[in-house]
Design a protein around this ligand. Structure first.
Ligand SMILES: *Cc1c(COP(=O)(O)O)cnc(C)c1O
Length: 467
């Protein structure tokens, strides 16, 4: 049967039921029960708008109430879906900022879960009086770093801002031109100094700064209070470069009644030298060199939750704690719990390189990674329309730590008969299990350093699904 076009026919858009009519239909009942009537009405308005537009193109496309409800249901389901979920990190970058940096140790997870309800976060249970949330981490920071005192705030950027605001108090801050870096995510040393309320005094040249440059700055700015040293993180200068040794700079600072504050970023608390990873400065070494206040992240090499840690002289740490910004930058209870639990894993006889995931991944031997690669290869060798093999690769620490250090790795190399490398990588990212790999020379590489033994079976299933 064909419809005869009829100029007198009513506007087909009028044939759409009203929102109230659809909602009153018994078939709408499950949606209203699940999402509430306000949300259902809003979704149906969207659906009716789309249906009207469609009718302009095709006047015969009149949807039924069941069609409209099904479309509304899809919108509501999409809206109810989480936007943040776990992924498998097969990039080989251990501290991947876009993937949430450090995965937490089971001890840290358990501690977070335990205090997610009520806890003694700010209460001394002996006296029943108010206490400080910082009591749970400050002494641990001091104990493990060897500093007189410690303090934790929201992140390292916040710790730097707080330290400069509390210690320089508006007086000039002296920084080498070679350290006026941008770390990423909008953290630029000159901007942070300005935001702390201090004036930046630049010394030296981009590639070379000498003690006499600092001397000149002190003569020109006798009111200066702080020398800030910054770890250049993802940025490296090589060739004709020089900067004073840290102990010489500390000595100079103290001889001129200045304080030396160091933004260390990475926050290595264990010596990874025995594992062949020696180019990241340690917190303890900075303190031994005479730095008055060392600042570092909780979720980089430390391997804990997002946090910014200050370790150093007690009087300075106390000043940070009393500054009004400290309240604005304080840690939440879950982070306090996770940080305390992570720091306890540094206490002997615990071996942090075994217990803290970031350190375990960084120090894992190639043969252990290769064994995981072999296990994965065996599980996916027979997936149709897919060429699989193994490839020797290199991974990175990430998070601004040791940017030049290539960690030897082994990756599963995938080439699909049906999909381009970009498409295959996208299918892996968007499947039921989301997998992040990387593409190198038209091959999708899944790095095994950052994949755990427990993820291998799930990863194999995800590969089969994507292929
Ligand atoms: C990463 C980094 C920061 C920022 O740390 P967040 O914890 O992300 O705020 C600051 N300074 C240096 C040197 C860094 O490497």
């Amino acid at each position: 049967m064909t419809a005869t076009p009829d100029v007198e026919a009513p506007d087909p858009r009028r044939q759409l039921p009203a929102v109230g009519v659809i909602c009153a239909d018994p078939a709408a009942q499950p949606l209203t029960a699940r999402f509430g009537s306000a949300a259902v009405v809003a979704a149906l308005r969207t659906v009716l708008g789309e249906a009207r537009a469609q009718l302009r193109v095709d006047p015969r496309a009149v949807p039924t109430i069941a069609d409209l409800l099904a479309s509304g249901g899809r919108i509501l389901e999409d809206g109810a879906r989480e936007t943040l979920f776990p992924v498998i990190n097969a990039t080989g970058v251990v501290i991947h900022t876009n993937l949430g940096r450090a995965p937490l140790a089971p001890e840290a997870l358990a501690a977070m879960q335990a205090v997610a309800s009520y806890s003694n976060l700010e209460m001394n249970l002996e006296t029943g009086r108010r206490a400080s949330r910082n009591d749970h981490v400050d002494a641990l920071i001091a104990e493990i770093s060897g500093a007189e005192a410690g303090l934790a705030v929201n992140n390292c950027a916040g710790a730097v801002l707080l330290a400069l605001a509390a210690v320089a108090e508006g007086a000039p801050v002296i920084v080498s031109r070679g350290e006026l870096v941008e770390i990423g995510g909008g953290f630029r040393v000159p901007d942070v100094v300005a935001q702390s309320g201090s004036r930046l005094v630049e010394v030296g040249a981009t590639n070379r700064t000498h003690l006499r440059d600092y001397e000149q700055a002190v003569r020109d700015h006798p009111e200066a209070r702080v020398i800030l040293r910054t770890h250049p993180s993802n940025f490296r200068m090589t060739g004709f470069t020089s900067a004073p040794a840290l102990d010489a700079l500390a000595h100079f600072a103290h001889a001129h009644s200045l304080l030396l504050v160091e933004d260390l970023g990475g926050g290595a608390l264990v010596d990874l030298g025995p594992y062949g990873i020696a180019d990241e400065p340690m917190v303890q070494a900075s303190l031994r060199a005479g730095v008055d206040l060392v600042l570092f992240s909780g979720d980089k090499l430390l391997g804990g939750p997002q946090a910014g840690i200050a370790a150093g002289r007690r009087d300075l740490v106390d000043r940070l704690g009393r500054h009004p910004l400290a309240r604005a930058l304080r840690l939440d209870k879950l982070s306090v719990a996770a940080l305390a639990a992570t720091l306890r894993l540094y206490r002997p006889p615990a071996n942090p390189t075994q217990r803290i995931p970031v350190l375990r991944m960084l120090t894992e031997t190639l043969s252990a990674i290769a064994a995981r690669a072999d296990a994965l290869l065996a599980l996916v060798a027979d997936v149709p329309a897919l060429d699989v093999g193994l490839q020797d690769t290199q991974g990175y620490a990430g998070g601004g730590a040791m940017p030049m250090l290539e960690l030897p790795g082994r990756a599963l190399a995938l080439r699909s008969h049906r999909f381009s490398p970009d498409d295959l990588a996208r299918r892996l990212r968007t499947g039921a299990t989301q997998v992040l790999g990387r593409i190198e020379r038209d091959v999708v590489l899944l790095e095994l350093r950052t994949v755990s033994d427990a993820e291998i079976a799930v990863l194999a299933a995800a590969i089969a699904e994507a292929a």
